[in-house]
Design a protein around this ligand. Structure first.
Ligand code: PMP
Length: 415
């Protein structure tokens, strides 16, 4: 067996894991695919692909409404999946798990359902400089509508939130703190537990954008004590168009629904509508049923490998790639926080990241180039964008070697 190990640890059999992901054995531009764009979206294991086929072959029906057999089968599978997700993030209650379209949708739900009700003129929302546009723009829109103020906690030169500065921004005017768990552009892991604690000391609720954390590390929403936690299924080896908003029951109950329509109502007359209970109050319309069900399958798959093993292995890949890349002439890393997830953003002197991305693609290597939906962060570093390699547990050191040899070749062509 080809076990992946360092001197002390055996995490899992990466060769056999790779066989679980059919796309990894394809070629791109005549070369074996090296997929290092996992922060944008992850590949899907065969069990998830099979579950999608199984749903449409044997289970397809609309949920929550039908008395017939298939509707009950689909409803049961959907609700079973909600329970798996609850357990995965250790939410206390099943109805605190709301199906959404993804991270962006979850943040917009909170901006509309919580923000429009509880945030008013002169109130403040605190975010940080390293947020994704999804965790900036919905708050800006809310501030514009309500006359509220967006306050931005700075980061230091290595890409860590400056805690003293963030704490200075918290005041009785602060009505929400919205911070990412892990930065998609830099990989920095933010000290969210500490931020949540400090905000709670002042009775300020906290939303965590977990889009880049949920696939790398164990998330326990009760231990974190966050009020909201959002993530996307597609970054967790499941479908696009499905995601999760975890919210504490006390907040979800107080909030207004985000969208009106079927499923989210208890009674409707032309004079007045009463809303359904959680979680349905926030799940208007026919949802992404297959996506919801197969997100549960993806979670079963991740659990079968173990997030501790995934984290440890990815950290090893990160260190290996960082060490090797740092030997390249003219390389500059953007984001060197002490705590990092498996994301490496970099620039090479005299090489435009876009050109590098195009040439690497010709060599079968998928990386991301550009501003990574973090334009203010790029402005902070005074750069137009970066080249970003992001790893999942199915990537290997051999792929890192191919990547680095290709970067050297591409850079030589471009300089
Ligand atoms: N926040 C972060 C930190 C992200 O990385 C992303 C996706 N790149 C998002 C939010 C938005 O996620 P989605 O596009 O799946 O809604």
């Amino acid at each position: 067996m080809n076990l992946t190990q360092n001197t002390t640890k055996i995490y899992f059999d990466v060769a056999s894991i790779r066989k679980d992901f059919p796309i990894l054995s394809r070629t791109v531009n005549g070369r074996p695919l090296v997929y290092f764009d996992n922060a944008a979206t992850t590949q899907k294991p065969q069990v998830v692909i099979d579950a999608i086929t199984k749903y449409y072959t044997h289970q397809n029906s609309n949920i929550h409404r039908g008395v017939h057999y298939l509707s009950q089968v689909a409803t049961q599978a959907y609700e079973d999946s909600r329970e798996k997700i609850r357990a995965f993030i250790n939410a206390e209650k099943n109805h605190e798990v709301i199906f959404t379209k993804g991270t962006t949708d979850g943040i917009n739900l909170v901006a509309n359902g919580f923000g429009r009700k509880f945030i008013g003129a002169g109130d403040e929302i605190v975010i940080s400089e390293l947020e994704h546009h999804s965790n900036i723009v919905p708050w800006q829109m809310l501030c514009e509508e309500k006359g509220a103020v967006l306050r931005v906690a700075p980061i230091n030169e290595v890409g860590e939130i400056v805690m003293e500065e963030l704490l200075k921004l918290l005041s009785p005017r602060t009505k929400l703190v919205a911070i990412s768990h892990v930065s998609n552009a830099l990989g920095s892991v933010n000290p969210i537990k500490e931020i949540i604690k400090k905000a709670h000391d002042l009775n300020i609720p906290v939303l965590i954008d977990g889009a880049q954390a949920i696939q790398h590390t164990k998330v326990d929403v009760q231990d974190l004590d966050c009020d909201f936690y959002v993530f996307s299924g597609h970054k967790l080896f499941a479908s696009t168009g499905v995601g999760i908003l975890y919210g504490k029951e006390e907040f979800l109950n107080k909030m207004n629904p985000y969208q009106g329509g079927g499923d989210m109502i208890k009674t409707v007359t032309f004079e007045k509508t009463t809303y359904n209970e959680l979680p349905h109050k926030f799940e208007a319309g026919t949802p992404h049923i297959e996506g919801g069900i197969t997100l549960g399958t993806a979670i079963d798959y991740v659990n079968s490998i173990g997030l501790e093993n995934i984290s440890a292995y990815e950290q090893e890949l990160l260190e290996y790639a960082t060490e090797k890349l740092s030997q390249l002439e003219g390389i500059r890393f953007i984001g060197t926080a002490k705590e990092k997830a498996s994301v490496i953003s970099f620039l090479i002197d005299g090489v435009h990241p876009y050109d590098l991305g195009v040439i690497l693609d010709k060599m079968g290597i998928a990386i991301r180039t550009g501003h990574h939906c973090t334009q203010p962060l790029m402005q902070k570093f005074n750069i137009p964008g970066t080249a970003r390699a992001s790893f999942a547990f199915y990537n290997t050191k051999e792929e890192v070697d191919v990547f680095i040899a290709s970067v050297i070749k591409a850079a030589a062509m471009l300089k």
